[in-house]
Design a protein around this ligand. Structure first.
Ligand code: CO
Length: 497
């Protein structure tokens, strides 16, 4: 990848957006609010919408004039938007991690970031410094009574669900060892085996990698407690961000990625910059039997997968003996090299994500992958009650154009059965983040409910929450938020709080 000059970065090609509208989202969040009422509302808040949208993402971009190198290196800031009887309140707070507190006090960066942020002082300050910062910025979920800010390479941080105050690093009551990895991509099983669960994992990467698969109760007296776990070893350096579940399987896609730690140890590159697509190897599906399923205690299955790179999966389900999994594929691993500025990234030079469907045949240990949709997409989800089951509809963030790469500017509803779709767009001056599908209570219709999406409004240089009708993506309400939120990562919906 080459660094494009500023001149090439204005509105170009087919992309109808202004680079500065997009990059202006990346600024330090300098205010925190606790339960303030939101009143700048266009439209009406649906009465049936009752619960809290929690979101996480980078909130601190710069210290003492030094910018982070990649937005994934920004300290986690939690946003909570609560709905009750047509009223809505807003809170936001940084996760006060150990490193956050130290850096606040010092007024400068003290740690290296996984994605390229170096300590000030050049190579000498970074050489052999492998102490990374747990920035707790990737997702936020409720497990039992605790709200957890997640970052996949270390323990979660526990937060007070009402005030968002940081309680501290959590071992989940001794379940996790210090610094043990805990994925930022749990999957909520809506009740495949009679009652709902949270399924998640941790990875210990190395020449032989270990996956620890864990299932937690989410209801009743046992909520938050571990129900089952298993540990499986796989050959190769595991780079696993997300996974998928079906009633019987946990499904991982091991991308063909190699890791050369030398430049990292020498302080020249970040850990993520030492990853590259490994052309000598093939990607693999690693299928681990779930403890509550019919293959419990059996060995994992390993099956070759199509080349490409995947961060996120949409959904997975079982079709007789086959497993179907839908994933967002990139042609190769996208990283930001050390001389590039992420705010000036040229979208035309990096691969776009495209939705593909793989059919895994367990009997003959083969898989076949087909393109579902050409349009650049990310952050796709189905109705949460369809998690792990065959779903007809999905909602995702997409680029404005039907082909090529571009910033995420629209929401698409895709009918997975017939390919029909409808759109809501924030273009040309707005940019979307991960859409959250909230089903309407007491409805059996899969696409009945709302889509909640935080957008960056380039026109007023601030953030809005947009509520869409999930059936047709018509705008129901737009709420002006009191802070600007940098383009974010993941979040969750918690009913009735
Ligand atoms: Co993710």
């Amino acid at each position: 990848m080459t660094t494009p000059s500023l001149k090439t970065l204005s509105v170009k090609g087919n992309n109808h957006f202004d680079q500065e509208d997009w990059s202006s989202s990346y600024a330090n969040v300098d205010k925190e609010f606790e339960s303030i009422e939101l009143t700048k509302i266009k439209g009406e808040i649906p009465k049936g919408l009752s619960g809290t949208l929690f979101r996480n993402g980078p909130g601190r971009m710069e210290r003492n004039g030094q910018w982070i190198h990649h937005p994934f290196d920004g300290d986690g800031m939690i946003t909570a938007i609560s709905f009750s009887n047509g009223e809505v309140s807003f809170s936001n707070k940084f996760v006060e991690t150990q490193a956050w507190k130290e850096e606040e006090k010092a007024g400068k960066f003290l740690y290296r970031g996984v994605f390229g942020t170096q300590k000030p002082g050049g190579i000498l300050a970074n050489i052999f410094n492998t102490r990374l910062k747990n920035i707790a910025n990737t997702n936020v979920i409720k497990l039992g009574d605790e709200l957890l800010a997640l970052w996949e390479a270390a323990n979660p941080y526990a937060l007070d669900p009402l005030t968002l105050e940081t309680i501290g690093i959590s071992t989940l009551n001794g379940l996790l060892k210090t610094s043990e990895s805990f994925s930022a991509h749990p999957r909520f099983d809506p009740g495949h085996h009679t009652y709902p669960k949270l399924v998640t994992f941790g990875v210990k990467p190395g020449p032989i990698s270990t996956i620890r698969l864990m299932e937690f109760s989410t209801e009743g007296e046992d909520k938050g407690k571990l129900i089952s776990e298993r540990n499986d070893k796989f050959k190769g350096f595991a780079f696993l961000h997300d996974f998928a579940i079906t009633p019987n399987w946990a499904i991982f896609l091991q991308n063909a990625i190699s890791f050369n730690p030398i430049p990292f140890l020498l302080g020249r590159k970040s850990a993520a910059q030492c990853l590259s697509t490994d052309t000598n190897n093939t990607s693999k599906f690693w299928l681990i039997p779930r403890e509550s399923g019919k293959f419990a205690k059996q060995n994992p299955r390993i099956i070759d997968a199509q080349e490409g790179f995947v961060f996120h999966h949409l959904n997975s389900w079982e079709d007789n003996e086959d497993i179907i999994i839908e994933s967002i594929y990139y042609d190769h691993f996208p990283s930001i090299d050390k001389d590039e500025d992420f705010r000036q990234i040229n979208f035309d030079l990096i691969p776009e994500g495209r939705l593909k469907r793989s059919r895994i045949n367990l009997a003959d240990k083969s898989s076949k992958t087909d393109l579902i949709s050409e349009q650049c997409c990310e952050f796709a989800m189905v109705n949460p009650m369809k998690q792990g089951l065959s779903a007809r509809f999905s909602w995702m963030a997409v680029a404005e154009n039907k082909r090529g790469n571009g910033p995420l500017q629209a929401i698409k509803k895709l009918d997975l059965l017939n390919g029909n779709c409808c759109f809501w767009s924030a273009a040309p001056r707005g940019f979307v983040s991960e859409p959250m599908m909230v089903p309407e209570p007491n409805s059996n219709l899969e696409d009945k409910g709302w889509i909640l999406v935080v957008i960056w409004n380039g026109l007023r240089r601030g953030s809005d929450l947009v509520i869409l009708n999930a059936t047709n993506l018509e705008e129901v309400a737009t709420l002006e938020l009191p802070i600007g939120i940098p383009h974010g990562l993941h979040g969750s919906w918690v009913k009735g709080t």
